[in-house]
Design a protein around this ligand. Structure first.
Ligand SMILES: [Zn+2]
Length: 191
């Protein structure tokens, strides 16, 4: 795959001139979404976004795992803080998606795959105070229902002591059609 990427890059450089745009997002917005590969080349057109418009933060599940929620000081909050304090972000939109891998985590498959790849889940559970396999599932950020997850992440961002009060809203995108559904409109404070 690396060789393929490098060859593609050669071709790209021969055929393409990338226009210069500023690094502050011109829509003053940060979007939090999932790492799902099906969002590639679909997410931005579905939302009408161009290069330079917004910051995009992608995490597995567009989520903050429950062990990270109480202090809300995890890497997603850090990135949002950078966007807000350094790059002029003034609103945040969380966009979960249907059929998310983290909404159907099978604990048996998770631990078996870890073992097959040489990672001992029991050792992790013991050494990192995860209690049991459910603790491991929580650590990876699994959730039951995407709308509920989006709402919870919106609430964590809203209440983070590291972030100022600013509009935070939540959406779910249908991974097959691109259709958006509103979970939380941010109190209609966003345009
Ligand atoms: Zn996902």
């Amino acid at each position: 795959m690396l060789q393929e990427i490098l060859a593609n890059n050669e071709r790209f450089l021969q055929n393409t001139t990338v226009p210069h745009v500023g690094h502050a997002p011109r829509k003053n917005t940060a979007l939090v979404t999932c790492m799902d590969c099906r969002l590639v080349n679909m997410f931005e057109p579905a939302l009408g976004l161009e290069r330079g418009d917004v910051l995009e933060l992608r995490t597995a599940g567009a989520t903050i795992s429950s062990p990270d929620r109480p202090e809300a000081a995890n890497d997603l909050i850090r990135s949002l803080a950078g966007g807000i304090y350094l790059l002029g972000v003034r609103q945040v939109i969380v966009v979960g998606h249907t059929e998310c891998g983290l909404s159907k985590v099978n604990p048996t498959v998770l631990t078996a795959t870890m073992q097959a790849l040489g990672v001992d889940p029991d050792k992790l559970i013991r050494e990192y105070g995860l209690k049991d396999v459910n603790g491991l599932v929580e650590w990876i950020g699994a959730f039951k229902e995407v709308h509920m997850n989006v709402q919870e992440v919106v609430n964590v961002i809203r209440n983070s002591p590291f972030l100022p009060k600013l509009p935070v809203s939540g959406l779910v995108i249908d991974i097959n059609t691109g259709k958006l559904t509103i979970v939380d409109d941010g109190g209609k404070a966003t345009k």
